[in-house]
Write a protein that binds this ligand. Structure first.
Ligand SMILES: Cc1cc2nc3c(=O)[nH]c(=O)nc-3n(C[C@H](O)[C@H](O)[C@H](O)COP(=O)(O)OP(=O)(O)OC[C@H]3O[C@@H](n4cnc5c(N)ncnc54)[C@H](O)[C@@H]3O)c2cc1C
Length: 302
């Protein structure tokens, strides 16, 4: 495997490539074993080449945004992690109110541009870390807003490097999920905003940030909310009612500030977080008869 990698990466691939990198360096919760290979495609052609190469050798692939919704298991990820954070930072404004944003653009950067241009619609995202690509795939949202409200469509490459475009209805957005084909890599999102008074945009952002005080108090690394809300029942409240605030397995701990956050209080491993998640699910089921569904994505090998 290494020789084939060497040839491809030396002769053809333009981006950076790293071998055996700890995924704990690439996830917000600072947990995760090594990735065999991490490749940073420089542009669409570079990514298409990488995909064709990986498909021809049957190498598995995992696509990484900013790793803010991820738990990588302790033995890491086999195959190639495609890091979208270097090559897909392009941003094109069209017709005044529309943007075509590279998947690697940070959501916060996009929101800042919207604010400067007096374009509303993305204010809900003011405290969501991560990339535009990750936000679309997760249908990230808060305070009643979600990505589906601003996405018109996405440019994608499939695992063979073939390009396509999917409209919002084809993306099939739902609560913190999309029906995107499993092999689709989002390379750009086509977004639509609405003209708004910049002062009103700033006021909305201020209001939403104030509501974040609880989670802003989470001082240790995390991956945000671990479980999805159950209908109108916030997962955090169910966990708190089950008496689990502050509970821990190893260095993985249910945050005292927000019960739906599991934090890494130092040297937590993925197996600690998974143990704590299992405990939460059991306890909430036995107290309320509700099966909590994870919001975070768990990937890699034990
Ligand atoms: C402190 C904190 C607060 C948070 N608050 C919120 C919140 O309020 N609302 C909310 O919805 N989320 C929240 N999150 C979770 C997270 O920030 C979002 O889900 C975010 O959109 C993930 O983006 P990312 O780039 O980090 O994706 P990653 O975590 O890297 O990836 C998430 C998933 O998307 C896939 N993916 C990423 N990029 C691509 C791509 N270009 N093409 C195909 N697949 C891709 C990955 O394979 C993975 O399955 C929070 C997280 C933290 C740490």
């Amino acid at each position: 495997m290494t020789k084939q990698f060497d040839l491809f990466f030396v002769q053809r691939f333009k981006g950076k490539v790293l071998f055996g990198v700890p995924m704990s360096d690439y996830t917000s919760i600072r947990i995760g074993g090594p990735a065999d290979v991490m490749a940073f495609p420089q542009d669409e052609a570079d990514l298409a080449d990488l995909l064709t190469f990986a498909a021809s050798k049957n190498f598995p692939l995992f696509v990484l945004g900013r790793g803010t919704n991820l738990l990588v298991r302790d033995s890491g990820i086999r195959g190639i992690v495609v890091n979208m954070n270097e090559g897909f930072k392009d941003m094109l404004w069209v017709e005044g109110e529309k943007a075509i944003s590279g998947a690697g653009v940070m959501l916060a950067g996009l929101l800042k541009e919207c604010e400067e241009k007096g374009l509303g619609g993305l204010e809900f995202a003011c405290s969501i870390p991560g990339t535009v690509g990750g936000a679309v795939v997760m249908n990230a949202g808060a305070y009643g807003g979600e990505m589906k409200d601003v996405v018109e469509g996405v440019e994608v490459l499939n695992r063979k490097g073939k390009k396509g475009f999917l409209t919002a209805s084809e993306i099939d957005f739902s609560y913190r999920a999309t029906g995107l084909p499993k092999d689709a890599i989002v390379i750009r999102a086509h977004l639509k905003f609405e003209r708004k008074d910049p002062a009103a945009i700033a006021a909305k952002i201020k209001e939403f940030r104030k509501k974040r005080e609880e989670t802003a108090a989470v001082k240790y690394p995390s991956a945000g909310s671990v479980f999805k809300n159950h209908g109108l029942e916030p997962a955090g409240r169910l966990i708190e009612e089950a008496g689990l605030k502050g509970c821990s397995v190893g260095d993985a701990r249910i945050s005292d500030a927000h019960a739906n956050y599991i934090v890494n209080a130092g040297g937590a491993r993925a197996r600690d977080v998974l143990g704590l998640m299992a405990l939460v699910r059991d306890r909430v089921y036995s107290t309320r008869g509700i099966v909590l569904e994870p919001e975070i994505k768990v990937v890699g090998e034990d």
